[in-house]
Design a protein around this ligand. Structure first.
Ligand SMILES: Nc1ncnc2c1ncn2[C@@H]1O[C@H](COP(=O)(O)OP(=O)(O)O)[C@@H](O)[C@H]1O
Ligand SMILES: [Mg+2]
Length: 250
């Protein structure tokens, strides 16, 4: 299988704190579902901000389909759709529809195409019935799915989600998780970060542990599960109790 993303000896050190990420290398293949796990401050968001060129490396580089991100920003952003840690800040429209249509409108697509993409994305995220509502009236989970819908209208191959489950209630988490699983089945490559493996681990094909800015482990979920606690990540209960890795909710 082809590598979509290649991260090569990537380092980013913030001058103010002398912290960041150090010498990170891995490649992402089409169709993978990768969890990037690490405790707070380990470097997950810093790593993700390099995947579409929001940050520039101190050294090393990220390649997308063989092109350096730093020299091909527009291309990188078309391939990699990013849902930020604080997805509520990604909301820009007066209505749910307007918000999701923002990307295709900026691309200068025809009205018909904007309509098609936006309606399709809202439908896929289960938000079409809310299309005329003001985004501020949505629940936390709905807001996060709206951010995904906005990204989806741009038809990205890879969807990157930074701590998507933070501060969501049970229902919001469940619906968001279903949407992410659906996106993966629909052919998107998924990369998501979390400090809590419980929710998505069952669905992941690979886990990369970031610890103090470096890749501490990179393997399939079963191979990694007993190792996570030494990196400050809680082992899922099912695994602790000898039941292996099970879906978070049924
Ligand atoms: N804008 C910034 N300026 C200075 N230091 C930062 C900045 N953003 C993050 N850091 C530091 O870099 C390290 C990694 O942070 P971050 O990538 O946000 O980790 P995570 O997303 O895993 O919580 C932390 O030590 C953090 O304090
Ligand atoms: Mg973060």
């Amino acid at each position: 299988m082809d590598n979509i993303i290649e991260i090569k000896r990537l380092s980013h050190i913030y001058r103010e704190t002398d912290r960041g990420i150090k010498n990170i290398s891995f490649a992402v293949k089409t169709g993978e579902f990768i969890i990037v796990a690490g405790q707070n401050g380990s470097g997950k968001s810093t790593l993700f901000r390099h995947l579409n060129g929001l940050l520039s490396p101190t050294s090393g580089d990220v390649w997308i389909h063989g092109k350096a991100v730093s020299a091909n920003l527009a291309f990188a952003r078309q391939i990699v759709g990013m849902i930020f840690q604080d997805a509520d800040c990604q909301i820009v429209g007066q209505t749910v529809f307007e918000d999701a249509a923002f990307g295709p409108e900026n691309l200068g697509l025809s009205g018909k195409e904007i309509q098609k993409r936006t309606t399709g994305a809202l439908k896929q995220l289960g938000l079409l019935h809310l299309k005329d509502q003001n985004p501020s009236t949505l629940s936390g989970g709905e807001k996060r799915r709206l951010a995904i819908a906005g990204v989806l209208t741009m038809r990205p191959e890879v969807i990157v989600l930074d701590e998507p489950f933070s501060n969501l209630d049970y229902q919001g988490t469940q619906e968001l998780l279903s949407s992410i699983i659906w996106l993966h089945r629909a052919g998107h490559t998924i990369i998501l970060s979390t400090h809590d493996l419980e929710k998505a681990l069952f669905h992941a094909s690979r886990v990369i542990i970031i610890h103090e800015g470096r890749v501490a482990a990179d393997d399939n979920p079963m191979a990694i599960i007993k190792e996570v606690e030494k990196f400050g990540i809680r082992e899922p209960c099912s695994s602790k109790f000898g039941m292996g890795i099970v879906p978070w909710s049924s």
